[in-house]
Design a protein around this ligand. Sequence first.
Ligand SMILES: [Zn+2]
Length: 173
Amino acid sequence: MPIRPLTFLPASVLRKTAEPVKTVDDDIRQLMDDMLETMRHEQGLGLAAPQIGQSLRVIVMDCSDEDDPDPMIWKMANPEIISASEDTASMEEGCLSIPGYRGEVTRPASVEVSYLDETGAEKTMQADGLLAACVQHEIDHLNGKLFIDYLSRAKRDLIIRKVTKDARIDRDG
Ligand SMILES: [Zn+2]
């Protein structure tokens, strides 16, 4: 299962609406496995396909504790939020595509998500706590949205300016 290179802000694929998966076939299953491998290598809790340059509606997550007897590993195609709670929760979020930056994001505290699993079966998931924040963050990626979009304009602009400058330095130097 190869680890795939990550894409970073300001890559345009991170701002595109990703394409729905037509069928969950071997290619999609391979993509899911590679994404899990890449996510673990980078020590992330979740990863969306645009973060490895694939504009497809696929996400993976592993929000379990190290000593969790029942690990929560999720592989999802075409995930969609079908209901969200009115009460909200705030959590500090980061993103593998925006390394070095974190910010407090307020989202619905719990959500219900429909998706296709790795066999193509239609499933729903009820999420709260960390998992709820994680799945909303990853689904945002499929819609070209990033956690920095929830921050104040000043803070967001500062982060974009800094990472764009860093990217230029990387390219030129
Ligand atoms: Zn992210």
